[in-house]
Write a protein that binds this ligand. Structure first.
Ligand code: RIB
Ligand code: CA
Length: 309
């Protein structure tokens, strides 16, 4: 089977790092480009982290720096979960190279033109770069195959009781993406909070004792603790879900739905309102909402990737 060309827009970020490691290792996907955005950490940090991770993987994927802040709102980081350096305090050597000259939105557009409609856009952070790209290059929506995102939720929130962080961080950008007409696969909290690695699985990775596993095992400790303090059996590897979905959709179940984003209200700001469980439908099915994952198989896939790079 031909490799799927993918572009990863991310805010590394501990689970973003897991997603990049998986995307690099699995043979079903080929990383064409990486773009970064302010999210878990400020964009200078997320860009540096993406470049450092490429060095760790022995890869030279082009990295494009993106938006410093949301379209209209103030930027709030995710240091509470990902630490000041975005990697849970885990350190990596200084990057061996700089980011590309083009900004994220132009780099993505050039790649989409090259791949003539086959490029899979994976989004793992706030959607600011994508909204800017769609606004500056209106024909981008015809040049992408799909957007496979970590974001949103049909039933809950993690940044507020009704909104997931990536959507909440820039709701206007997210709404522009959901209204774009591009086919969307939405890996929201329903599935990503199932996609956990247990402490035992994480420790087994650490026992391999390679540069990648040492980084991985160190980076996840703090966020693992926080996830377990919230009653989970392990660490929710949110961002690895879209990557695993691209290579192994058979591990997941999903339903088509209409999905749009609240951008005006106070209590529900950033909520991805879906008509999944409603008699009243939006009359459009603009997203495939992923709801379940085979967790043991997902964990096996991810731990195999991390221990074999
Ligand atoms: O809500 C989870 C998302 O927010 C993940 O992408 C994580 O990296 C953070 O950005
Ligand atoms: Ca992320």
């Amino acid at each position: 089977m031909a490799k799927l060309p993918i572009w990863i827009d991310c805010d590394p970020g501990v689970d973003d790092a897991a997603a990049l490691l998986l995307a690099h290792w699995q043979e079903e996907t080929e990383i064409v480009g990486i773009s970064t955005v302010s999210g878990n950490a400020y964009v200078d940090q997320t860009t540096e982290n993406a470049l450092k991770l490429c060095d760790l993987m022995g890869a030279s994927y082009p990295v494009y720096r993106g938006a410093e802040k949301p379209l209209f709102r103030e930027y709030h980081d995710g240091a509470e979960f990902h630490g000041k350096n975005g990697f849970g305090g885990a350190e990596l050597p200084e990057p061996s190279r700089a980011a590309e000259r083009l900004p994220a939105w132009d780099g993505l557009y050039e790649a989409a033109k090259r791949y003539e409609g086959s490029l899979e856009l994976v989004t793992l952070g706030p959607l600011t770069n994508i909204a800017i790209a769609l606004g500056k290059h209106p024909d981008l929506k015809e040049k992408l195959h799909r957007i496979v995102m970590m974001g949103g939720s049909a039933t809950r929130g993690n940044r507020t009781p009704s909104a997931e962080y990536n959507i909440y961080a820039d709701p206007e950008a997210a709404q522009a993406v959901f209204r774009s007409g591009i086919q969307i696969v939405m890996c929201g909290l329903e599935v990503t909070e199932q996609a956990q690695l247990t402490p035992e699985e994480i420790d087994a990775v650490g026992e391999k004792d390679t540069p990648v596993t040492r980084f991985f095992h160190t980076a996840v400790q703090d966020i693992l603790k926080k996830d377990m303090e919230r009653g989970r059996v392990g660490w929710c590897v949110h961002d690895a879900c879209p990557i695993a979905y691209l290579a192994h959709p058979e591990l997941f179940s999903a339903k088509e739905a209409g999905v749009f984003v609240e951008t005006q209200a106070e209590l529900t700001l950033g909520k991805t309102v879906t008509d999944l469980y409603s008699d009243k439908k939006f009359g459009i099915k603009n997203a495939l909402v992923v709801l379940e994952v085979n967790r043991p198989a997902f964990a096996q896939l991810l731990t195999t990737a991390v221990t074999h790079i």
